[in-house]
Design a protein around this ligand. Structure first.
Ligand SMILES: [Zn+2]
Length: 70
């Protein structure tokens, strides 16, 4: 599966997930290790347009801030 991560801190991630037979973009924010290292799923959307909107609502990022994870 493809995955993207932000270039600023590496804590915002977008992955492609197969959910009930449909591919969705899942936006996750990871907490720093000192806060326990958990993660928070901020949303799952079905298109790049919706992903851009979700990023605008929930993060300081835009699509251009994401790069493909190794
Ligand atoms: Zn970042």
């Amino acid at each position: 599966m493809r995955e993207w991560v932000c270039g600023c801190c590496g804590r915002w991630r977008v992955s492609v997930e197969l959910i009930r037979g449909r591919y969705v973009y899942r936006l996750v924010h990871r907490y720093p290790r000192r806060f326990g290292g958990g993660k928070n799923v901020l949303g799952e959307v079905g298109s790049v347009t919706e992903l851009a909107e979700l990023l605008g609502r929930r993060t300081p990022l835009s699509l251009a801030d994401l790069r493909e994870a190794a």
